[in-house]
Design a protein around this ligand. Structure first.
Ligand code: PEP
Ligand code: MN
Length: 338
């Protein structure tokens, strides 16, 4: 349930509602807007509370039931879209945020070359995996901390914030020493101990949709992070497994407007993993922006044919730069900027 306070409700009135919620044995989540405070009542049996017991309290405008099982992630909880600031880059605002970089950090010179090219083309965030979740234990598993150091150097040289994957809660400390945004990969979307641990720290989290996950499951996973106290969560459509074999995954374009309608969290599209083919990345990237995505994550590589992972879906640096030009027009057509 959500308790919406009147405009400019007095601090004592807010405190009284908070106390009442806690007396009833529920957790409180306070969302303070400029004029209005919204109090989230969080608990397993929240449907048992009587709305009326709050509606008579001073300073309360109304109460609302949130029908969805996710509460803090719900659009009902915050009508305003969440904007996450990462070193000055606004994710979820009017500007489409382009996150680009190689699937894996392969060497210092490679990530520096890509970082400068991404920056020059107008990208805002540098991606690169240092801990890689591979389907085979015999495949390249990432450079580990060495890769994180190269990413940090690329940030120093270009000013681009970095995003990299964290595969387990035991790595949060190490990865957090370097990264600006934690990426949770599709194989870990329902790793609840990882999500809980990310909810207890303060850096933004980029949460990918599970390989066969529903939109609701994605938002429930976001809820784990939010309910831990970290409100800086963005969700990513990266394609799902279907019966279709013509592409690596099926990019669920519906998920973008559905997520925007159901949730206030920023929504990012990943057309590289969504298709598995670089030839399709541009078309699906444009479709995602047209459908309302707040940003895109794309894989780029100086020489995709020699990439250590995901070469088939990686754009060359030139193709990425061209895509940026084309996307700008699509962004403007839907009232956004790039
Ligand atoms: C990646 O971003 O390189 C990656 C492994 O993505 P996903 O978790 O979506 O498969
Ligand atoms: Mn990849």
């Amino acid at each position: 349930m959500i308790v919406v306070m009147k405009n400019h409700a007095e601090p004592a009135q807010i405190e009284a509602v908070v106390q009442r919620v806690e007396e009833l044995g529920y957790k409180v989540h306070l969302s303070r807007g400029e004029a209005r405070t919204i109090i989230g009542v969080i608990g397993a049996d929240e449907h048992l509370i009587q709305n009326s017991s709050f509606e008579v309290m001073d300073g309360v405008e109304r109460t609302m039931r949130v029908m969805q099982p996710y509460k803090l992630a719900s659009r009902d909880f915050s009508a305003a879209s969440t904007v996450i600031d990462v070193n000055g880059v606004q994710i979820g605002g009017p500007k489409i945020v382009m996150m680009a970089g190689p699937c894996s950090v392969e060497s210092r010179s490679m990530i520096l070359e890509v970082a400068h090219a991404v920056k020059e083309a107008g990208g805002s965030v540098l991606r690169g995996g240092a801990f890689k979740p591979r389907s085979s234990p015999y495949s390249f598993q990432g450079l580990g901390e060495e890769g994180l150091k190269h990413l940090a150097e690329a940030r120093e040289q270009t000013g681009l914030p970095i995003i990299t994957e964290v595969m387990g809660s035991e790595d949060i400390g190490l990865v957090g020493e370097y990264t600006d945004i934690f990426q949770v990969g599709a194989r870990n979307t329902q790793n609840y101990s990882l999500l809980k641990a990310l909810g207890k720290q303060s850096k933004p989290v980029f949460l990918k949709r599970g390989i066969s996950g529903t939109v609701q499951e994605l938002l429930m996973s976001a809820e784990y992070i939010l309910s831990g106290g970290n409100m800086k969560v963005m969700v990513c459509e990266r394609g799902i497994r279907t019966y279709e074999t013509a592409t690596r995954n099926t990019f669920d374009i519906n998920a973008i407007p559905v997520l925007k309608e159901q949730s206030h969290l920023p929504v990012i599209g990943d057309p590289a993993h969504g298709t598995g083919m670089w030839q399709l990345v541009g078309a699906v990237a444009k479709a995602a922006v047209a459908a309302g995505a707040d940003g895109l994550m794309v894989e780029v590589h100086p020489d995709p044919a020699r990439a250590w992972s995901d070469g088939a879906q990686s754009l060359t640096l030139e193709r990425f730069s061209r895509l940026m030009q084309e996307l700008r027009q699509v962004a403007q057509a839907v009232g956004r900027d790039l």
